[in-house]
Design a binder for this molecule. Sequence first.
Ligand code: SF4
Length: 670
Amino acid sequence: MTKTHCPYCALQCGMEIGPGLAISPRTDIPANSSGALCQKGWTAGELLTNGERLTAPLLHGEPVEWDVALDYVAERLAAIRAEHGPDGVAVFGGGGLTNEKAYQLGKFARVALGTSQIDYNGRFCMSSAAAASIRAFGMDRGMPFPITDLAEADVVLLAGGNVAETMPPFVRHLSGPRVIVIDPRRTQTAKLAWLHLQPTPGTDLALALGMLHLAIADELVDEAYVAERTTGFEEVRTALASWWPERVERITGVPVYRMRQAVRALAAAGNAYILTGRGAEQHAKGTDTVTAFINLALALGLPGRHGSGYGCVTGQGNGQGGREHGQKADQLPGYRKIDDPAAREHVAGVWGVRPEDLPGPGRSAYELLDALGTPGGPRALLLFGSNPVISAPASEHVAERIASLDLLVTCDFVMSETAALADVVFPVTQWAEESGTMTNLEGRVLLRSQAVAPPEGVRSDLDVIAGLAERLGHRFDTEPVKIFDELRRASKGGLADYSGITYERIAAEKGVFWPCPEPGHPGTPRPFLDSFATPDGRARFVPVQHRPAAEETDEDYPVHLSTGRVLAHYQSGAQTRRIAPLVQAAPEPYVELHPDLAEQLDISPGDVVRVSSRRGEAKAVARISDAIRRDTVFMPFHWEGANRLTNPALDPTSRMPEFKVCAVRVERDS
Ligand code: SF4
């Protein structure tokens, strides 16, 4: 039996892999110590034996030897760099890559390719919450407390998260507190809640402002906490003046008495948490929306107290570690900023290069994809752990941009929709075929141990990086433990300091919380108890204002579209859409709409429905449900279609696209 973790979401449930790839849950990992796994976890072994696995590199669709493919890519990269400069080559990573891969990818881009053009699909997931946490607390560690703390709380407010479907074992941590859910749909999580607030899509920010307005008006603010541990409250109080509850009710559709019920429950609780998920974050105003919820948490005195706080429920498997070690456009390892001279000097020293030779910040994920093949944009793209043809907003446009490249290289285990467009596809290992560390949604660094050998012909992403680096004149390690040791040195002194963490410690201690700056340091489960990571140690209130969605409904596109996940599938579905029990559970995309809207549009359950936006069109089967608002339809995004419709309008701070709301027209397909 090999002790490891699930290949999918950020809960990173502990599991054991036994003979015949039999999977069983571990009970020594707090995230799922109840012995739970979801259906995705139970069936994960089938990923490894999937009949569609690639076992040889493909060059223009034909199987070739590894050396042939690596030589071809290295020669093309050198030629493209010579013609277009270093930024003619771009790199796109993923939030499912191990810390070692994320680190090595950032180093490869900056050192071996010399390009500033690197970003990753985590920009589409947690970046708004990360930006809001950094400006409020000086640091982003998704949930800055162990997940087991939630069970001790009296009240938990979850804004825009559907954990009952996305990570079901999470729900066991919510069995103690009264749960308040904010979501335009009555999701599986909302059905479990004590109170469900159902706002119009795109209005969570107004709702949070209205709730804080009520907290102030009803004298529920923890004045002593605000005075002692925060700055900026007066500016926020002033900025809130116009967000009186009746106005907020008109904008959001949430009755004032419901808002008051929620605020009073939070304020009366001895211990309470406010959590945000993608529903609140994936907006062109996602950073401000999360900031408004953090402002509410600060006014009620929650963050930095044992038993209370604010947290972001990170989604992707290594969504936390993936945003710490250098695959983001503006970042160096240890959660350092790439434009910080001290950070550049430290990391350049570890990498053995001159600080002035490191490129500066590059384009964010969507901006990078949008620039591919354009004048001044990258001409080549190396893609690791991502399937943007399905998962990027305005995905038809993104596919066109990708098709215009001179060179597309992907690392994949099967022929994903994006790999199908590639000049070269490298067949790479799956999670149980290699070792590496993952940092889960709590900021706990975990060890995934290799359980089985990969199929013949399959190598790790780390081998691809090292093979290309060697051909470009650089020596890169391929052993995860050696790369982790280098990552520890590169992160030393940074916000996400891993320097005291070793594989041995992780295995012995069932995970170690960062920051962990010394070998003897116990790790930091609750980093803000004494002070926040700001220069003065206080959390910062930041005044924010509501504004409409980037695209509002009108005569031509009269209905809101919201997108999200279903239990059986993960992200773009490249993995889960190939596992028979998961396909059986959720075989096809669908459009969920309210019975009143269905009647108005003459749509019956099972009809094929055409959904159109200003960017494209998608067809899916109708599901009629009163769990959704009359003015909104919902589509899961695990299949091709939903993201043809979504709006790439970007948050000005986080550069997060507005996945969660756009305007569509819905018709029965004749
Ligand atoms: S997908 Fe998430 S919730 Fe399900 S078993 Fe894996 S880690 Fe746990």
